[in-house]
Design a protein around this ligand. Structure first.
Ligand code: MTE
Ligand code: LUZ
Ligand code: MOS
Length: 807
């Protein structure tokens, strides 16, 4: 099978098929024959496209061969943060070299909207611009370059309106994209009054650009009879189909969206690919010619939304040991000019403020500040990191105030071990799978945390300028879309007469390896070599009404759907084999590419060929909907998550207190991927998320000037981590822990939760700064901890009157 990854070989003889019985403990855990049971899951199979990636043969949207007559589009952008457009003169744009057409809002045949939940997101600004970079018109030309040059030639007469640029300003003006939300449990006020100690403060945590390597792109190709095919880089083909149909005034059945893979999405292509898809489709539809719209990096960063920055005001009461007895937080995010996914992001922030800690009496408020900036959106973690970091900040301070090691205070506040109580989240979900104690104990021991702490103290006593810091932070992350109905998925599995297998599912491949995991699931279910299985591009005409590949659920949901489809085919093959060779269908075994029935061993391909002749259906659809979920948005209570994934990391840094430069010298991470479907991919996800999260909290700084223009819109001014920022000593391991929930082969999601692991880096930097003041002053460190922010915090600690050198 050309192009397939090398097979994960099946050495062992037939063994009971694993995991087909729901909920029951794994069948393959039962006493097995001498050899290990055959399995296709749980193996470190290489990424299905690894060879193609390395050879430059993996096709991204811009690599698809262009159809004859293809035109290229570019967007004309607003130069004002908030203004009425009094007049717009596009004559120079029209006259520019190679230009075929120019379109504004009034040319859109259907609805001028691409908002995912609330319809407040115009494709093209209509009279009112709400941020610098907002698309105002589409120009179509014979080349990408001509379109881009022409897009700069518009003359727009603006009447400027007052602009709100920060979340704090939005709060002061009560300017919100949605009504503020609040989650209360217990009586925080009374608990505060009883609390012997309190910490109170403010924190600002910046946003983050997704910085996918492949930018936003859509290629729209008109089809016969009003049809439209859109090839685009998106995590959410069904939503693109929906938006394009609306923009064109068509039905969904007119529009097909396809995505073979993305060069990264990271949440930035969940809703924000819609604008590009819609704009390309509008132009293609009006011209009845193929139109490609590819954003260059600056436009991409100016136009699209990012991770929400958050501002927090917090107050926490605690006892003499550091145990939290009351917590209050008021968060406001920078939503940007429209709602986009800001509501669910804020909800996830509220539901992750607890992180791994039991909070008896809490009052959590969150608001989505409406600002005249890009409309912020999903980014790996989806508000979870923003909720949890505030709590970690507080715990850090409590420990410092009490002169205790922060790890001890963290442990004291963990959700209870099994049977201990203290196991209900503020939103009312009972935690039944808590492993944070065991996991942190294992990491603490394996990383020599206590010895490192002692060594660092000795180092800092002798080192006046370079200061080392250490931190261990835990993660608990809820898995499932917090919008319940999105937790569904579908798949199609085709077994061809030659025994090869083609799988299509609703998930999209963005580099995370979802296709590889699903190939393993299907191979496992049918007991065949991985090399038999191939996954094709995600297409809305194959599996309908899919959810975004997001919320870390890609493999969880689509894996179950694909398993369901493969299972049905296996049942039919088993029934056929039993008819053919005798015995009980339940006794037929599929493993190692061989079907075992009543003492016969039949190669899988041979059985398939025979089954075809006997007119057995060799393909099937599959479906999955996560059970047990519920959510009441009014009270903010329910069971929003299917299960929790856990993890923890230790970081050791050295900070130059004269320049603010720092280095991560060692990082140890332990992550609970359940019974990992593919440990190689999962470790890669943990490593990638760790470094990406470290970038968010350290070097990646978004800055807008006083006129609301994003000034950090290219890699020259926006610093993502490079290879040299990765720690030389980086120890990532998976925690052995079968999922309590009946997830796909008892695995756990891995996409987003590890992004919280580098909290340890941020707090290690804060610890190093804190040593300047003998750990008696809380460094007012904001995120990102850029060199400037570090120096500011060092200066503040020094100004607080603490010794400059802890001698
Ligand atoms: N890994 C790579 N290589 N590229 C990506 O864009 N996106 C992340 C994560 N890992 C991403 C990634 C995000 S935001 C999510 S939600 C998950 O992958 C989605 O994939 P999964 O649910 O299939 O794990
Ligand atoms: N909820 C969530 C969502 O938890 N993660 C997501 O990515 C998401 N996307 C859309 C709506 N709700
Ligand atoms: Mo990931 S932020 O849920 O796309």
């Amino acid at each position: 099978m050309p192009g397939s990854a090398p097979a994960v070989t099946a050495e062992a003889p037939a063994a009971p098929q694993a995991d087909t019985a729901p909920a029951a403990p794994r069948a393959d855990a039962a006493p097995a024959p001498a050899a290990a049971p055959w399995a296709a899951v749980g193996k470190p199979a290489p990424h299905e496209s690894a060879r193609l990636h390395v050879l430059g043969q993996a096709d991204y949207t811009d690599d698809i061969a262009e159809v004859r007559g293809t035109l290229h589009a570019a967007l004309g952008l607003s130069a004002r943060a908030h203004a009425r457009i009094l007049a717009i003169d596009l004559s120079r744009v029209r006259a520019s070299r190679g230009v075929t057409a120019v379109y504004t809002a009034s040319d859109i045949p259907g609805t001028n909207d691409c908002g995912p939940i609330i319809h407040d997101d115009p494709i093209l600004a209509d009279g009112l611009v709400q941020y610098v970079g907002q698309p105002v018109f589409i120009v179509v030309a014979d080349s990408h370059d001509n379109a881009r040059r022409a897009a700069r030639l518009a003359e727009v007469d603006y009447e400027e309106l007052p602009a709100i640029l920060t979340p704090q300003a939005a709060r002061a003006a009560q300017s919100y994209v949605l009504p503020p939300m609040r989650l209360q449990r217990g009586d925080a006020q009374a608990a505060f009054e009883r609390a012997p100690h309190r910490v109170k403060g403010e924190l600002y945590v910046g946003g983050q650009e997704q910085f996918y390597l492949e930018g936003q792109i859509a290629y729209a190709i008109p089809q016969e009879n009003q049809g439209m095919l859109v090839q685009c880089s998106t995590q959410h083909p069904s939503e693109m189909q929906h938006v394009v149909a609306h923009a064109l005034g068509l039905h969904s059945h007119h529009v097909t969206v396809e995505c073979r893979r993305m060069g990264g999405g990271f949440g930035g292509k969940e809703s924000q690919s819609a604008l590009w898809s819609a704009a390309a489709a509008v132009a293609a539809s009006l011209l009845r010619r193929p139109v490609k719209l590819r954003a260059d990096r600056d436009d991409d960063m100016l136009v699209t939304g990012k991770r929400h920055c958050f501002h927090y005001e917090y107050e926490v009461g605690h006892d003499d040991d550091g145990r939290i007895v009351a917590a209050r937080v008021d968060m406001v995010s920078r939503a940007g000019y429209s709602a986009d996914l800001s509501g669910p992001v804020a909800t996830r922030a509220v539901c992750h403020f607890d992180n791994a800690y039991y909070l008896s009496d809490v009052d959590i408020r969150a608001a989505c500040g409406k600002t005249n900036t890009q409309s912020n959106t999903a980014f790996r973690g989806f508000g979870g990191p923003q909720g949890a970091i505030a709590m970690e900040y507080v715990l850090d301070e409590i420990a410092r105030n009490l002169g205790r090691d922060a790890l001890d205070v963290r442990k004291l506040n963990f959700y209870g071990r099994k049977g201990e109580g203290r196991d209900v989240t503020p939103y009312g979900q009972v935690i039944v799978d808590n492993v944070i104690h065991e996991l942190v104990d294992e990491l603490e021991a394996g990383s020599d945390y206590r010895a490192c702490r002692a060594a660092i103290e000795a180092y800092n006593r002798a080192s006046p300028v370079l200061k080392k810091g250490l931190a261990l932070t835990p993660v608990k992350f809820g898995i499932a879309f917090n919008v319940t109905h999105l937790n569904q998925a579908g798949a199609l599995v085709h077994v061809y007469v030659d025994g090869s297998i083609l799988v299509n599912h609703g998930g999209t491949e963005m580099g995370q390896g979802v296709n590889t995991k699903i190939m393993q699931v299907v191979a496992h279910e049918l007991g065949v070599d991985l090399a038999r299985v191939r996954v094709t591009a995600t297409r809305t005409d194959k599996v309908a009404n899919t959810s975004a590949t997001a919320a870390s659920t890609g493999a969880d949901l689509n894996g179950k759907a694909a398993q369901d489809a493969a299972y049905q085919i296996r049942q039919r093959l088993a029934a056929f084999a039993a008819r053919q060779y005798g015995g009980d269908p339940d006794g037929v075994r599929f493993a190692a590419d061989t079907v075992s029935v009543a003492g016969h061993e039949i190669p899988f391909g041979d059985l398939v060929a025979k089954a075809y002749l006997a007119r057995v259906q060799l393909w099937s659809d599959g479906f999955y909907a996560t059970p047990g979920l519920s959510w009441d948005p009014k009270t903010m209570t329910g069971n929003p998550f299917s299960y929790f994934a856990y993890g923890a990391a230790v970081a050791e840094v050295v900070v130059d207190t004269l320049t603010g430069e720092w280095k991560l010298t060692r990082a140890d991470a332990l992550y609970d991927a359940g019974r990992s479907l593919n440990p190689a991919l999962d470790i890669g996800q943990v490593e990638g998320a760790f470094i990406q999260g470290m970038g968010w909290l350290t070097t990646e700084e978004l800055r807008w000037n006083g006129a609301g223009k994003l000034t950090t819109h290219a890699p020259s001014t926006y610093k993502i981590p490079g290879v040299s920022d990765c720690p030389e000593d980086f120890r990532v391991r998976l925690f052995d822990n079968a999922n309590v929930e009946d997830s796909i082969h008892r695995s756990k999601a891995v996409g987003e939760p590890p992004l919280l692991l580098p909290f340890s880096v941020f707090f290690a930097i804060r610890d190093a700064i804190s040593s300047v003041g003998g750990h008696r002053v809380d460094p007012p460190l904001q995120a990102p901890a850029t060199c400037e922010a570090i120096l500011d915090a060092v200066a503040a600690v020094q100004a607080a009157g603490a010794p400059v050198r802890a001698a």
